[in-house]
Unconditional design. Structure first.
Lengths: 104, 268
């Protein structure tokens, strides 16, 4: 199966508040709040870590089955990419904006 | 602009400490503005922003929604009933509209929202009032009770607005300023300001009660009520950060109230 890489778009603003990651798309002002699992995926989206590694991380951290974690992660990634706030590629993404989101 | 000669019908309207000079050659329109913005007219203000107002004959205005876009360093502001351009670097612009107060009111709201976005503030759908030197904001969309709670305010309360509050960053907190942007109460706010003590999100209910609200929920509700019109990624990010900063620095609560004057016993 082809490996995928994900990176946070530069067209967003994000910050952790009250235990939730809050994200706003600067393109269409859509506002998202992420739960704990989604926040781990979001923070790992540096453009260089393969999605399979991110899924493993989710499995370890939350003790979930790999199949279930993969399915949920891919669904989440696809949804955020539809809103343009996550970028997906089959190659590593050189994205200077993919730094810790609290600083954005 | 600072140092420029004002014409006989020019008028400077100062909201939130930011004067906007409107240049018109029409004496009747000048009178209309003077009356509509009474209390906010400052003849001696050195305006940083100046608009030449070209009045056109009233005609059929379209129902085109508001569009605010930056192009070649200038803001373009359009709606079915007005057209405007503003060069923020030069501090100059023009407005084309018929001689009605509603179009100019909308232009002023948009211009102030753009200015405030860069200064860490915002305009928000909320009533606001000063009591004992501190400002309280009562936010909510239409029907939430902004006008009702304003109408119920006791005599020691100074009303800043019943519809749109002007919130600017002030050191480690925020300051609410009076606005002439009136809602159903049809009464201008007082032209004064005070540090914001609490933001309440209004809900009408069977009894008066203040309840806590989580920070994420507060941000979500605040963003829903901030007036921001510009299709501009940089400013959207700034407004988002301001909303987060506000919720971090200012107590935010839910206020359920039964519509009688006793609700003000909880606001102090």
């Amino acid at each position: 199966m082809t490996e995928r890489y994900i990176a946070r778009s530069s067209a967003i603003a994000a910050r952790m508040l009250g235990g939730e990651m809050m994200i706003m798309s600067a393109v269409d002002s859509t506002f998202f709040t992420l739960n704990e699992v989604a926040t781990v995926i979001w923070q790992a989206a540096d453009g260089r870590t393969p999605l399979s590694e991110i899924v493993e991380k989710v499995c370890r951290k939350f003790e979930v089955e790999p199949d279930s974690a993969r399915r949920d992660t891919e669904q989440f990634v696809d949804e955020l990419s539809r809103h343009g706030i996550l970028l997906i590629s089959d190659k590593p993404i050189d994205n200077p904006s993919a730094r810790p989101t609290e600083a954005l | 602009m600072a140092g420029m000669t004002q014409g006989p019908h020019d008028i400077a309207i100062e909201i939130g400490g930011t004067p906007v000079l409107l240049r018109t050659r029409n004496g009747r329109f000048h009178k209309l503005l003077e009356s509509r913005y009474a209390g906010f007219v400052n003849a001696r203000a050195r305006a940083k922003v100046e608009f030449k107002v070209d009045l056109i004959a009233p005609g059929v205005s379209s129902d085109e929604d508001v569009q605010v876009k930056m192009k070649d360093g200038k803001w373009s502001l359009r709606r079915g009933d007005f057209n405007s351009e503003w060069d923020p670097r030069a501090g100059k612009g023009w407005i084309r509209q018929s001689a009605n107060p509603y179009s100019i009111d909308s232009v002023l709201r948009i211009v102030h929202s753009l200015i405030l976005a860069r200064e860490g503030g915002f305009l928000v759908h909320s009533a606001s009032a000063i009591r004992n030197g501190r400002a309280f904001l009562f936010s909510g969309l239409s029907g939430a009770g902004k006008t009702t709670i304003s109408r119920l305010a006791p005599s020691d309360v100074t009303l800043l607005t019943d519809e749109i509050s002007y919130v600017r960053r002030d050191g480690e907190g925020y300051r609410a300023c009076g606005t002439p942007f009136a809602g159903e109460l049809a009464r201008l706010g007082e032209n004064c300001s005070a540090p914001v003590a609490t933001l309440f999100f209004l809900e009408q209910g069977p009894k008066n009660q203040i309840r806590p609200i989580s920070s994420p929920d507060a941000v979500r509700r605040l963003l829903r009520n901030i007036l921001f019109f510009a299709d501009d990624a940089e400013l959207v990010k700034l407004v988002f950060r301001s909303a987060l900063d506000f919720v971090t620095l200012v107590p935010v609560r839910r206020l359920t109230f039964f519509p009688d004057e006793r609700v003000w016993e909880l606001v102090d």
